[in-house]
Design a protein around this ligand. Sequence first.
Ligand code: HEM
Length: 441
Amino acid sequence: MTVLPNKYMKELRLFPVTKLSGVVAHIANFVPKWTYTELMVKSNVHFRVLLNKLTPEVPKHLDIAKKELEYGWARDMPQPEDWTEVDIQEVLRMCVARMSAKIFLGEPACRNLEWLRLSINFSIDLFACAFLLRKVPSFLHPIVAPILPLRWRVARHLKRAQVIIGPLMERHRECVRRREAGEEVEEEDTLLNWMMDNGTETENKLEEMASRQTILTLASIHTTSMAVSNLLFDLCANPEWFPVLMEEIAEIEKDLGKLGERPDVGAKQWLPRLEKMDSAFVESLRLNPPLLPDIQTVASQRQAMVDITLKDGTHIPAGTRLACAKADFVYDDPATFSIFDPMRSHRKRYQTGELTKHLAGIPEKDYLHFGYGRQACPGRYFAVGEVKMMMLKLLDQFEFRFPEGRGRPKSFHADEFTFLDPRAKLVMRRRRVPCDKCGRC
Ligand code: HEM
């Protein structure tokens, strides 16, 4: 991997995917030839749907996802009256899986426990399979890969995905046929339907679509649920910030009621008001990015698809794996850079007057946890909304702390990925002590 200084970031971000490809670089990490992921670089309907359908309609899809979150909350979220140890990571993964399934596939898949479990476990098996293969020299892959049980599991998930997604595709085709015949047909507005309507013939083959939907769960579920877990862990390690965020929620509720209470107020009006929560999320993601080895090194991997010469004459031959060294606005002050300071971005916005910058979901040269440039994470605005909706409910309904004798779990790194310790739990109970200040905590 060639690592360029951060000063090149602004120039590199403008290159199209045909010249400098993020997806080719990311998928290369999964040993695509042997993990059924090659289709992700052959065409990009998964990227187009997020950019052209999800992003312009994020508030609408967040409102839809919110309803599914309510449905899942009643089933998945423990409601302990007394302090009880809970595998909060597992619960949050299920909440995110439900929301993702609702907007991507709709009903009945989003209520189908087999799909929900598959969408969570697929990523775990695929990561494990790719890691194992990466430890083996590539000339041995043709011998090792076919006998790898993890790879058989990945293949089984993809086959089952076809069984679940096939009827959804057939249902949409039937709706289109009836509509063309002049009938009025009601249909759920899902990303799958958009992908079918806008996909090529190959992209619309069941095997392709089912694999693509399954691989999309990898990008959307663990990243988002891990972000919420990390923020909760950071707050438990710095509990003085719980009341600050609760107070912000209480103030918004005074104006707008609880999220979902008023028919004229949805995610669009409510969630941007959570400015302190946004700042805490930015800070937590800065300290716990999902895709980079650690907070000081590189960001936005790319593969040069053609020879490239930069403005200062730097030559990048085709085939080069590339990343940029990260800069960070706190690097100027090394004393504070590893400290969790949840109001860092909030202060920066108000001190500089740059109120539309330094927000979660707005990539900047100094804030790269959703990537950078044209190829930055296409699901980021939806992800930020999901994180806020879950945090809102968690803080509103529960109190959290670490189990006795334990502190903030450490993340660990495997190549370019960062993972939370899967054994890390929290102790929680239903919130019950009213607070003098805000009447809630
Ligand atoms: C907190 C949650 C999330 C984080 C931190 C995150 C982070 C990232 C990062 C760093 C990248 C690479 C960008 C680059 O190379 O410049 C990426 C790519 C991607 N993300 Fe996200 N992401 C999150 C949630 C989501 C969600 C919810 C979706 C879908 C709804 C999604 C879909 C994708 C896709 C499809 C790509 C690959 C795009 C391509 O083909 O190049 N992500 N994400």
